[in-house]
Design a protein. Sequence first.
Length: 326
Amino acid sequence: MQYAPITGLDKPVSLLVLGTMIINRGERERSFALLDAAVDLGLTALDCAHGYGGGDSERCVGDWLHERGNRERLVVITKGCHHNADRQRVTPWDIQADLHDSLARLRTTYVDIWLLHRDDPTVPVGPIVETLDVLRCQGRIRAYGGSNWTHARLAEANAYALAHDLQPFTASSPNFSLAEQVRDPWGPGCVSLGGPAQVQARAWYAAAGMPVLAYSSLARGLLSGRLSRANWDEAAQILDGAAHTAYAHEVNLQRLDRLHELAARRGCSVPQLALAWVVQQTPLQVHALVGAANADELKACVAALDLRLTPAELAWLDLRAAASAA
């Protein structure tokens, strides 16, 4: 496993982060086995959210942390302030309410990284940053940031923090994978760093030194290795609606073609190659969120970190070079 630091934390953060959306109390034995496997393979970070499973995911993670007694070894990331059907929920009150819910469910006194799951650009950044910094000073949060926040809003928040001697956002969790997000998978407000349209955003992240916690790093299964042009008619059964909306487009099928070609030459799998591409986007510091379902899938993901790609291969996979990377 490979690790990198994130400002505000005194623990190393693994470059692979286990997504916990499928963790739940109804499948306690399977969920605990997956979490155990992650720790055994060297993963130190878990990605949770207030909204996953109506809170059941966090409750199951909390049960596991309590039973294993390993809370201090792990970087627990969770998110709050997701909008609901009634209103936008990016307010100081919602920050505090969602955080306290998550702390109770996770059975812990603090969260290592707390992220705003969504943004509401009509809300000034000042009260948001001030609320988060108060919670940090209270010891309830070690670091904080945004998920689905544009780089312009992140810059605005950090400028406010600097001007008022507060801790800035030190992590961000946008979508980022080899597959570009052609359309928002869940409606407006889903922020991505992938594709040629996001060159300026990636440049800002590089200049700011902002770590990226990349969600949907395998494009919600499009880059899982189960799909190719040869079996594309099966995509409707394999991919969910969000994946079809965001990623199942010709520009990404071209990338998928190249992944299959290069994987065959390199003797690795398609998802390993896709993960290697994500974490090797120097000078960005990228931690790939993976939704592995079992220990074998996790082992394959970890092996991807040892797969080194050349600059030519990185560019060719992303359609930035016409000639073969061979």
